[in-house]
Design a protein around this ligand. Structure first.
Ligand code: FPP
Length: 249
C-alpha cells in the first residue's frame, strides 16, 4: 500500500459514521497528465493509479463503506494507442493475479461490470477465477468496470428483457425498474450514493447512466494518482454537507 497516508487509518472524527455513503464509485481520471508532468510515460500514471485504487479500497473497508466501483476501462478506451490498451489489459490481469490472496484475506468480494466477452481470453480467465474465489466474501464489494459503457449496458438489458418477452417469460406490462435493474451488469449492488471524478473534468463519460439518477457527484481538480486518503476525506466531507432529498421536499 505505497500510497497510504499514515494517519488516516480510522474514520476521521469529523466524519459522521451514520452519514457515510454505502456505495462509492470513482472515475479515475488524470493518470496520463500526472505522468506527463513528471516527464514519465503515461503508463507510469496508470501504475501509480493502481496503488491509489488499492489504498482507496482498503480505506473504504477501514471506514465502513460497503461497496466501491471503479471505472477502469470504458467501451471508448479501445480507441487509445494500441500499446496503451495492451498495457492496461496486462496490468489488470497482473494486478488481479497478484492481489487475489490479499483480497481473500481482506474479505473483499470482487465483481466485474461491462461486456467482458470482448476482453483477452487470459484476462477473462483471471476475472472468472477472482470472482469465483471471492464470491462468499462480505467485507466489501469491489467492482471493476471493464469494457463498460452505460449505453451499452442499457441496450444489452433491453435485449435480454425483449428475449424473455418473446419467450413468454415476462409480459411487457410487467417490466418495471426492479426487473430492468436485475438485467444491468451492476445488479448485485444498490446504486452509488457518491460518484467521484478526478482531474477537473466535469462529466460522467458514459459511466453508470441508469444508476446515477440520485447519486451525489463530486468533482475535484486533483489527478487520480494524487487522490489519497486525505483527498477522499474531503470528498466525504462534501458529501456529508449535501441535502439528499430524492425528489422530495
Ligand atoms: C484515466 O486516466 C485512466 C484510465 C483509463 C485507466 C485507469 C486504470 C487504472 C488506474 C488501473 C486499475 C486497475 C485495476 C486492476 C482495477 P487518463 O489516462 O485518461 O489520464 P489523462 O486524462 O490525464 O490522459
Amino acid at each position: 500500500m505505497t500510497a497510504q497516508s499514515p494517519n488516516l487509518e480510522y474514520l476521521p472524527s469529523d466524519l459522521n459514521k451514520e452519514l457515510l455513503p454505502q456505495h462509492v464509485a470513482v472515475i479515475m481520471d488524470g493518470n496520463g497528465r500526472w505522468a506527463k508532468r513528471r516527464g514519465l510515460p503515461r503508463i507510469m500514471g496508470h501504475k501509480r493509479g493502481v496503488d491509489i485504487l488499492k489504498d482507496l479500497l482498503r480505506c473504504c473497508k477501514d471506514w465502513g463503506i460497503k461497496a466501491l466501483t471503479a471505472y477502469a476501462f470504458s467501451t471508448e478506451n479501445w480507441g487509445r494507442p494500441q500499446e496503451e490498451v495492451e498495457f492496461l489489459m496486462t496490468l489488470f490481469q497482473r494486478v488481479l493475479r497478484q492481489e487475489l490472496r490479499e483480497m481473500l484475506q481482506e474479505n473483499v468480494r470482487i465483481g466485474f461490470v461491462g461486456n467482458l466477452q470482448a476482453l483477452p481470453n487470459a484476462l477473462q480467465a483471471e476475472i472468472s477465477r477472482s470472482m469465483e474465489e471471492t464470491k462468499d466474501n462480505r467485507g466489501i464489494d469491489f467492482n471493476v468496470a471493464t469494457n463498460y459503457g452505460g449505453r451499452e449496458e442499457i441496450l444489452q438489458a433491453c435485449r435480454e428483457i425483449s428475449k424473455k418477452v418473446e419467450q413468454g417469460l415476462i409480459k411487457s406490462h410487467e417490466i418495471d425498474e426492479a426487473i430492468f435493474e436485475h438485467h444491468l451488469y451492476t445488479n448485485r449492488n444498490s446504486d452509488p450514493d457518491l460518484i467521484i471524478r478526478t482531474s477537473g473534468e466535469m462529466r460522467l463519460s458514459n459511466f453508470l447512466l441508469w444508476q446515477v439518477a440520485y447519486s451525489e457527484i463530486y468533482f475535484t481538480d486533483t489527478l487520480w494518482p494524487d487522490f489519497d486518503r486525505s483527498e477522499f476525506k474531503k470528498a466525504l466531507s462534501a458529501y456529508q454537507e449535501r441535502d439528499r432529498r430524492f425528489g422530495k421536499v
